[in-house]
Ligand binder design. Sequence first.
Ligand code: MLT
Length: 268
Amino acid sequence: MSFVDNVEVKFKDRTIPLTIAGSGRPCLLIHGYPLSRKMWNRVLEDLREDWLVIAPDLRGFGEAAKEKNPFSIADLAQDLSELISALEIRQKITMIGLSMGGYVAFEFWDKFADKLQNLILCNTRSAADTDAGRQIRLDAAKLVVEVGTKVVTFPMIDKMLCQHTRDNNLELVAEVLRMFENTPPTTIAFAQRAMASRREFTSKLPQIHVPTLAICGADDVMTPVTEMQSMIKDMPQAILSVIPQAGHLTPMENSQATINAIRQFLKM
Ligand code: MLT
């Protein structure tokens, strides 16, 4: 059976919009910032042939309700654990997180390692922010509520997408900008503060025994290959796949190569 459904799952006082498709072993796809679950459409469309694929919108993003309260990266990981229970998934899951989604995956591992079969960490890092990086986020969080989403997010496009994508795939550029634009200023502010105060996981990498695939765009300037190489060196069960003609958004910029890397890893 292979189906695609867009549904809302309710638990406690929270409603999580998500796409669910296919059947088999569960894969949970966690989007980055300032994006939504739609960033996984190409990957989901392929993986659903063999797996049960679930892509939620995190608090305040995509089709989720406007967020009224600040949240932490740990809160987002807790939401995912509750989502898994609400969906009555009892098998261990493969968690695929991109960038901010990777920060959530590290937190999830810390609290719920027993629920994880595999980790796939796309374009992300284990380190916390530097003081300077933290300040940039806090400034952006303040500015966005005054000037709106566009001013804060649109300049990110040059860093998010590699030159090849920007020159050759204007449809994708427009798709990513639409996702940026749909993210409310309050969500931008809460997410920036959450990322600014996230924990570091570099010191815990040697304890991550979950089989891990790290994926990096060859031309990613936000989480460069060298940084992801040094991250996986400290992880006992991790390998790295470098995706050509991709920047920070590998699953969108070179979805076929990303899918191939994921499929090869999940067969191992
Ligand atoms: C993302 O893609 O999720 C962001 O680049 C994460 C970040 O700002 O650190």
